[in-house]
Write a protein that binds this ligand. Sequence first.
Ligand code: ZN
Length: 219
Amino acid sequence: MPIPTPELRALVCELCRNLYALGWASGTGGGMSIRDGDRIYMAPSGVQKERLAPEDLFVLDLQGQVIEAPTDPALKLSQCSPLFLNAFQRRGAGAVLHSHSENALLATLVSEDAFQVTHLEMMKGIRGTGYHDMLRVPIIENTAHECDLADSMAEAMDAYPDADAVLVRRHGVYVWGEDWVRAKTQAECYDYLFGAVVKMRQLGIDPAAIPATSRLKTA
Ligand SMILES: [Zn+2]
């Protein structure tokens, strides 16, 4: 069932308030966008994400052209827009969110080219992933300007076709899903796993190692 436009605009604002409450969008960082057919509703750049109003959103087409600007001319299109577009264009995503979560940032510091974890229950919240699988999320290097991440994000998406997220070293993560519910659910599961892996590393546990109890059962 398509969501009527006023509700969709309100939904983006509500989800931005959720991001802020989780600590994923403090200091104006992070963002959210939802696609409705060939229209993308995107939060603006550099604003208090918990105070967004429905009329503050940009509407873009699938090529990234602005088709409706916010009523306030001072609002700027997000620097993240080419990164959001990567997920809409290359994966047909229905919603994309960008988080400056501390869990995501720390996970990039305890991983090399990719975040890896296996045998954790919350992996089952990620599309196509079971408890016994190895979940991998690519990590790209941060740049001075967020828009400069677009090409390396696209390369990482091609290299990891099963991943619905790309981590950015010392920065955060982009997560998407086929609709806003899947994007939100996956973002919560990924974030939980990022935090768990950081703590496992602190405890000296290898998050990519198959636990001895599981090895015994399959032997
Ligand atoms: Zn960012």
